[in-house]
Design a protein around this ligand. Structure first.
Ligand SMILES: [Zn+2]
Length: 334
């Protein structure tokens, strides 16, 4: 399996994580932001207004909602996301995949997940922001970002009051990438550290592997596009994408890239472990064969699909342009 070989040879690993993926194992019905059962149980007032998932109402541009109602939802969501339990099995598998290699984390999780899981916070960049902070809605200044402490949440999330910017007195929003008003100031240092880390990898000609988890084309443009550009630009680098999509997509122009279903991630560390031990080579060959057969079946499915009258890739590209969370400033910067 190419993915396992690339990881074995790698000298540096860039872990990329799509948003919401960390909560998947804990809730009936799957991922936190698209989980209707979890939403119904925890946000009944929003469900009564016609929203079905957290993803439906996360930016709350609905004009029927008052500021107090919006903050009642946001404050509760802030509380919940920062206390989400860790998926110990996934953390352990990531540890096996990275080993002693140099690493950096690019995560669209906004709940400090990797920091809570023990990853070095100086090696983490969170482009989607963090539910630990709120900001001025204008924003009136780059410094207008503030910590949402427990007492602040209790005061401003009770449905009767709304927070005000301590600098200008204006309205506030969570400090997450929901609209063009997102204040990135809090995360600029992490971005600079990431850029320097990638530059060091390139200058030292390290074999870099981008390990991308749960970044589907539809929901995680914020993750997928940068990872593809890094893989395209750094000679010898590879992209291993684990995606919840039926046909995991990697651009054909990338020389070393593979898309695999998310569930095969559970087999990868085991395969690596076996490949490293002499007496496990036979078992590794069997596991590799299983994975290759799975990948071959999926490649065949993709080919068959592309022969049909309705090609899948160009259509998905066009469809995502019409979605609400398309971030124009970010796309221009790319
Ligand atoms: Zn302000």
């Amino acid at each position: 399996m190419a993915a396992a070989k690339w990881l074995l040879e790698a000298q540096a690993v860039l872990i990329c994580c799509g948003s919401g993926s960390e909560a998947a194992p804990f809730y009936e019905g799957g991922q936190l932001y698209s989980n209707e059962e979890h939403f119904k149980a925890h946000y009944p007032s929003m469900q009564q207004k016609g929203f079905k998932t957290a993803s439906d109402c996360i930016d709350l541009v609905d004009s029927r909602l008052s500021s107090q109602e919006k903050w009642a939802f946001w404050a509760e969501h802030m509380q919940k996301t920062r206390k989400l339990p860790l998926d110990e099995a996934t953390v352990e598998r990531l540890g096996v995949a990275v080993g002693e290699k140099d690493y950096f984390v690019y995560t669209c999780n906004a709940d400090s997940y990797f920091e809570r899981a023990g990853f070095d916070r100086r090696r983490i960049y969170t482009p989607a922001g963090s539910w630990r902070y709120y900001q001025c809605a204008q924003p009136c200044s780059n410094e207008a970002v503030f910590e949402a402490t427990e007492s602040w949440l209790a005061e401003n999330g009770n449905g009767t009051s709304t927070p005000r910017c301590p600098l200008c007195g204006g309205e506030c929003i969570p400090n997450v990438r929901l609209s063009e008003a997102f204040n990135h100031g809090q995360y600029t240092r992490g971005l600079q550290d990431l850029i320097q880390w990638i530059q060091r990898c390139a200058e030292s000609q390290l074999k870099l592997v981008v390990l991308e988890l749960d970044s589907s084309f539809k929901t995680n443009r914020l993750a997928s596009f940068p990872m593809e550009s890094i893989t395209a630009d750094i000679p010898g680098s590879s992209l291993i994408r684990f995606s919840p999509e039926k046909y995991p997509f990697v651009p054909a122009v990338l020389q070393r890239a593979v898309g695999l279903p998310t569930d095969t991630f559970t087999e990868l560390p085991d395969l690596l472990d076996k490949m490293l031990s002499a007496d496990g080579r036979q078992r590794a060959a069997a596991a590799e064969k299983r994975l290759e057969q799975g990948a071959s079946t999926r490649r065949t499915q993709r080919l068959e699909k592309s022969k049909s009258a309705e090609p899948i890739h160009w259509r998905r590209i066009l469809e995502h342009l019409g979605e609400g969370l398309f971030n124009c400033a970010y796309e221009r910067a790319m």
